[in-house]
Structures are given as structure tokens and as C-alpha cells.
Ligand binder design. Structure first.
Ligand SMILES: Cc1ncc(COP(=O)(O)O)c(C=O)c1O
Length: 444
């Protein structure tokens, strides 16, 4: 096949997709129709779609056809960021693979459409969710070691909304939240919006420096400690039981709340029990289905101490009146029938394989990660700045996050967080090799 036959068609379609002439969701002609339209062989038409698929512009759905992809899903955390070059790999945001989930979703929607009480999803959902759906989540949490009545579980539109509602329920402008010097950027955004002060806790190789935390809490009133004890984002650590108990001890002595973020906790099946189990009276446990099921689902849950239940309910009502009935029905259906537990195991296996690939590709670099997590931390060689490295990588079509996005302290290290979940697994060795070579070629 001469390349000239398919390339101009690929270019024309790619341009139409990028400029919005063919908007997201457009169904493209069948391979046969495309071949007829352009007077090309069927194999050439197939090649056109294969090329557009590789470029991330279209997706084929078995039995249904080829559709223009929504490019926003590739843009990472900043919604208006555009992809710099076509061979783009997004290592800046984790969207675990979702291919097998399209048929699952189609099946679940069909089931939902024939369920006895479909109308109920159109009614306003009570803040925190309907009791039978809270009960499903409470039962699922037993496997994570958390024993709570359904009334202690609050369903949310994702972990981020849970976190926002907890801050709304428990803090006032000017309050201090202690957290790791490197932590989840979503906390920083919320703290800034709510005029909270973040007090950074210095880090050791295995977790927060608890001596420093103790001094901090003794020196000034700290309203809450935000912690990611299992598969820390971005550093990947899982705190051992003794460290968790010491953390709880500090919180109890200083009468400080604990906010435990367990969004990635499902990735470590050997982790000690959640901090919430040691201190249920003062811990908010926040998690969701973004990383174990799908980022676009927007479903989460928060377990709250009794005494904060009313304030949390108010906090949820101020951020959205209620959760989506349809999403909640789908999500709790998948929790109830075991789909979520199955997916969590698949994700752990997938993440482990991706870490093997990363370790093999990045051997001569300072790369650390939890063995079954979806991200890793890359300390750059002396003399290379994180922003320079990120810009050089963007020029090669590789998007990464720099340490400053995660930093709560004044001087972020020169390091990158690599999110490994979004690229296709078979592309990952090549992407990481390009990343390694780009960094190796940087002047320092
Ligand atoms: C540690 C952590 N917490 C919370 C969230 C937000 O999760 P959700 O999509 O459920 O709002 C993320 C998302 O990346 C995260 O990494």
C-alpha cells in the first residue's frame, strides 16, 4: 500500500476533528462507506481509522462503529490545556483503562431501564443518599475493615466533593490544616478557596515526620490533619500500623480531626486497616470509584463521625443539593453485584504490570513507586529543573506533573509525578523510553 493513499484522508479527518468540524461523539462512516467515498481499497480505509485511533482522535466500538473521541479526557487536570504534538501520552492524570467497561455500562443501563422503580432516579436524592444505597456502600466498606451503620456513610459526587463538604462542615476561614509537604493537589485548591492555611509537615523516606507534626500541633491550633496513609499520592508510601497509631495519638492529644483520603487505597491489598478504624470518633474517611471504576462516573463516599453528621449533611447540600440518582443506581449496582471488587483486582494487576514496565525503563533514574500503584515519583538529576523537564517532555508529546502541583511547602523538589494509568499498556515502554531519552539529553 502506498502511504500517499491514506495519509491525505487521515490528515483531512484529523484536521476536521481538531477544529471541531467533526465534534466529539460523531459517528464516522463504516470502513466500507469510507472506502467507497474516497475510491480506496477497504484495507486502506481500515488503515485510515487505525491511524486516527493511534492518534487518540477516534475510537472503534465493536458492532457499533467508529466515533470521534472527546479530546477533553486527554487534557489532564487543566481543562483548557491543548495537546502539543500528535504523539501525545498523558502521564499527568490517571484515568485507568476503561475498554471492558463500555459493554458493562451498556448492560447496566439496559438493566436499569427495565428495573421496577426507574422513576425513583428522577426524584431529588436526599443529601448523603438513599438509605438502601448507603447500606450497600457500608457493606462494601466491611471488606476494607470499616464497620459503620449506613447512616454513617454519605454518598457524594466523587471524593473531591466529599473532601469539600468535610472542610465546609468542620472549618472556618483562617483555620490550619496540617498535611504532608507533598500531597494531593485537590486539597490545595479547596484550602485556598476556603481561606484555610496549610501547614506543611516535612517528609521522611517512609512517611510524614511525626515528630515535626507533633511539634506543629503543640505550637498552634491545628483543626485537622489531612492524610493519605495508603498508597500516598504522589509518593506511593503505605504507613505501617505503628505509624498510624502514633498519628492517631497525636490527633487525640491535640484534639485534632483526621481526614483520611483513601482514593487509591484499593491498590494495596496488604495495607494495615484504615486510620478510621482506630479513631472513628474523629476521622473522616473519604474515597470513591474514580480510580477503581471510572473517573467520569463521579461517585464517592465519606464515612463521618456521628457528631459531625448534621454539619456534613449541610456541607453536602451547599455544594450540590443532592447526588445524581442515575449514577448512584449504577455505582451501587456495581458494588452490590461484585463488579467493583473484580475491577479492583484487575486494576491492581494492571498497575503492578505498569510498575514493572516503569522500573525496567527508568533503571538509571531516581524513580520510586508503590509496587502496585498507578503513579511514581521521579527525582530529576542534579541541575535539571522540573519545569524545564516538563516543557522538554511536552515538546516530545509527553505530559507530566511537576512537584510544585503537589507541594505545600515553599521550595518544591525538582521532581515529576508520572501517572501510568492513561496510556495504552502496550505504548508505555515506548513512552517511558522517550521520557528517559529526553531527560538524558537535557543539559545539566
Ligand atoms: C488522593 C486523591 N483524592 C481525591 C481525588 C479525587 O477523586 P474523585 O475523582 O473521586 O473526586 C483524587 C483524584 O485524583 C486523588 O488522587
Amino acid at each position: 500500500m502506498r502511504p500517499a493513499a491514506y495519509k491525505p484522508i487521515v490528515d483531512r479527518l484529523a484536521a476536521a476533528i481538531r477544529t471541531g468540524g467533526l465534534p466529539a461523539g460523531t459517528k464516522l462512516p463504516t470502513h466500507r462507506a469510507l472506502a467507497a467515498e474516497h475510491r480506496i481499497a477497504l484495507a486502506t480505509a481500515t488503515r485510515v481509522y487505525a491511524e486516527l485511533t493511534t492518534m487518540g482522535l477516534v475510537a472503534g466500538e465493536p458492532g457499533r462503529g467508529t466515533f470521534v473521541r472527546d479530546q477533553h479526557g486527554h487534557d489532564g487536570i487543566e481543562p483548557d490545556r491543548r495537546l502539543p504534538v500528535p504523539r501525545t501520552a498523558d502521564l499527568s492524570f490517571n484515568q485507568p483503562p476503561a475498554t471492558e467497561q463500555t459493554p458493562q455500562l451498556r448492560h447496566a443501563l439496559r438493566e436499569l431501564s427495565t428495573s421496577g422503580n426507574l422513576e425513583a432516579v428522577l426524584y431529588q436524592q436526599p443529601p448523603g443518599g438513599r438509605s438502601h444505597e448507603r447500606a450497600i456502600v457500608a457493606t462494601y466498606l466491611l471488606d476494607r475493615g470499616i464497620d459503620t451503620p449506613p447512616a454513617g456513610v454519605f454518598l457524594t459526587n466523587g471524593a473531591q466533593q466529599g473532601l469539600d463538604a468535610v472542610l465546609s462542615a468542620t472549618t472556618r476561614p483562617g483555620d490550619v490544616i496540617a498535611t504532608d509537604a507533598l500531597t494531593y493537589p485537590g486539597l490545595k485548591i479547596l484550602a485556598a478557596a476556603r481561606f484555610l492555611e496549610i501547614a506543611p509537615v516535612p517528609l521522611t523516606a517512609h512517611g510524614p515526620d511525626l515528630d515535626a507534626l507533633e511539634r506543629l500541633c503543640a505550637a498552634r491550633p491545628v483543626r485537622a490533619i489531612y492524610t493519605i496513609p495508603t498508597v500516598h499520592n504522589p509518593l506511593g508510601w503505605t504507613l505501617d500500623q505503628a505509624t498510624r497509631e502514633r498519628l492517631v495519638g497525636i490527633a487525640r492529644t491535640q484534639d485534632t480531626l483526621l481526614i483520611e483520603d483513601a482514593t487509591y487505597a484499593f491498590l494495596d491489598e496488604y495495607a494495615p486497616p484504615p486510620v478510621q478504624t482506630t479513631a472513628p470518633e474523629r476521622t473522616f474517611y473519604i474515597s470513591g470509584l474514580s480510580k477503581n471504576v471510572a473517573t467520569g462516573l463521579r461517585f464517592g463516599f465519606t464515612v463521618a463521625p456521628d457528631e459531625h453528621a448534621r454539619a456534613l449533611t449541610r456541607g453536602l447540600r451547599t455544594t450540590t443539593w443532592g447526588i445524581s440518582g442515575i449514577v448512584t443506581a449504577l455505582a451501587t449496582g456495581w458494588i452490590h453485584d461484585g463488579t467493583v471488587t473484580r475491577l479492583e483486582k484487575d486494576r491492581r494487576d494492571d498497575a503492578r504490570t505498569r510498575q514493572h514496565i516503569a522500573r525496567a525503563a527508568l533503571t538509571d533514574l531516581d524513580y520510586t513507586a508503590h509496587p502496585s500503584s498507578y503513579f511514581g515519583w521521579l527525582r530529576l538529576p542534579e541541575g535539571i529543573r522540573a519545569d524545564q523537564a516538563a516543557a522538554a517532555l511536552a515538546g516530545e508529546g509527553i505530559l507530566v506533573s511537576t512537584a510544585d502541583a503537589f507541594s505545600t511547602a515553599p521550595h518544591p523538589p525538582h521532581a515529576l509525578r508520572l501517572a501510568l494509568a492513561t496510556p495504552a499498556r502496550e505504548d508505555l515502554p515506548d513512552v517511558l523510553e522517550r521520557l528517559r531519552a529526553t531527560i538524558a539529553a537535557m543539559p545539566w
